[in-house]
Design a protein around this ligand. Structure first.
Ligand SMILES: [Zn+2]
Length: 297
C-alpha cells in the first residue's frame, strides 16, 4: 500500500495534496488514512501510557476522508416499473466514491424531472451524501438529451403521463407491478425467510400471482414449479410460521400497500381503530377523532 513519509512541517503545509495523492493511488474503497509517528524513540515514549489499557497506539491516529458531495457522470437511465405502476428512472453512474462507499446508481424523482432537467446519457449530476444505499438526484450540473421511454420495460404497454409521473396503465397484468406488490407484502411483514424477489419471480412464471395463493401452496406445488426438495420444505415451513407467528397489526395492514397507508399511517390508524374495524371506519370519524386530516382520511 502507498504511504508518504516526511517531516511534520511538510505534512502540515501540504496536508491536503499529500492526502489527495494517496487517496487517488488506491484502487479499492477506503474511507480514510492513518497518520503515525515514525521515529522509534518517540513511538516508544508515546506508548508509555499504554498501561491505561488503551486499545490503540498513541502514535497512530485515523484521519477520515468524508466528501459531502461529488460531480458524477450519468452513463444511462433505466426505467423500472414499481408496484403502483409508476415508472422510476434509475441512473447508472460512473462509479464514484462518496463517504467511503462506491456509488454507481441513483434515482431521479420521476420522469418529469428527467425531462425538465435534462438527465440523459452523459449528463453531470451532483451526488450528495445521504444515508440511503441508492441516493436521489437533486441537482443537474450539465444537461444531456433525456430519453423518455414509450413502453413499460416489463409488459410493453404504452406508458401514460400522470402529472410528472410516467405510469404503466396495465394494472393487474404487468409482471413488474404484480411481482413488486407481492414482494412489498413479504418485505413489510418481515417475518418470513426465503421469499425474496427470485422466488416470487419464479412463482409468477408458474402462474402464482398473489399472496393468497402463495400461502396455499404445498411442498409438491413448489417441487412442480422447479424448486428443490429442501427449499420446497423450507418455504412451506416459513409460510406456516409466518401465518401463525404474531406480528404487529400495523405491519400487517401496511403490507397490503394501500396508497397513503404506509407503516407510519397504519400505526397511527391502529392506535385508535381496531384492525377488524378498519373497513367500517368513516371519513368523518377519522377527521373528528383527529386521526388524519381530511385529505388523507
Ligand atoms: Zn407494465
Amino acid at each position: 500500500m502507498d504511504s508518504w513519509v516526511g517531516p511534520l512541517d511538510t505534512l502540515i503545509q501540504d496536508f491536503s495534496s499529500i492526502i489527495d495523492k494517496l487517496w487517488k493511488s488506491v484502487k479499492y474503497d477506503v474511507d480514510g488514512v492513518v497518520l503515525e509517528v515514525t521515529d522509534p524513540q518517540l513511538k516508544k515514549y508515546m506508548d508509555l501510557d499504554l498501561s491505561l489499557n488503551k486499545p490503540y497506539h498513541s502514535w497512530q491516529i485515523a484521519y477520515k476522508i468524508d466528501p459531502e458531495k461529488a460531480e458524477v457522470k450519468v452513463l444511462s437511465i433505466i426505467p423500472q416499473t414499481s408496484r403502483n405502476g409508476r415508472v422510476t428512472p434509475v441512473a447508472l453512474l460512473e462509479p464514484t466514491k462518496l463517504s467511503g462507499v462506491t456509488i454507481s446508481r441513483a434515482t431521479a424523482h420521476h420522469y418529469g424531472m428527467v425531462k425538465k432537467k435534462g438527465i440523459g446519457n452523459g449528463a453531470i449530476i451532483e451526488l450528495i451524501r445521504s444515508g440511503m444505499v441508492i441516493p436521489k438526484i437533486e441537482r443537474v450540473l450539465k444537461e444531456a438529451d433525456p430519453e423518455i421511454p414509450k413502453n413499460c420495460p416489463s409488459c410493453n404497454a404504452n406508458l401514460v403521463w400522470d402529472a410528472d409521473n410516467l405510469i404503466c396503465p396495465n394494472v393487474g397484468d404487468c409482471p413488474a407491478q404484480i411481482i413488486n406488490t407481492v414482494e412489498h407484502f413479504f418485505i413489510t411483514l418481515r417475518n418470513i425467510n426465503g421469499l425474496g424477489s427470485a422466488t416470487i419471480e419464479k412463482l409468477f412464471e408458474n402462474g402464482v400471482r398473489d399472496v393468497c395463493r402463495i400461502y396455499k401452496l404445498r411442498i409438491d406445488d413448489f417441487k412442480n414449479y422447479g424448486f428443490g426438495d429442501k427449499q420446497s420444505q423450507n418455504l412451506v415451513a416459513e409460510l406456516e410460521r409466518s401465518r401463525t407467528e404474531p406480528i404487529e397489526d400495523w405491519r400487517f395492514l401496511a403490507a397490503f400497500g394501500v396508497h397513503q397507508l404506509g407503516r407510519a399511517n397504519s400505526e397511527q390508524l391502529l392506535k385508535r381503530v381496531k384492525l377488524d374495524d378498519v373497513f367500517k371506519v368513516k371519513v368523518d370519524d377519522l377527521v373528528s377523532r383527529k386521526i388524519f386530516a381530511t385529505k388523507t382520511a
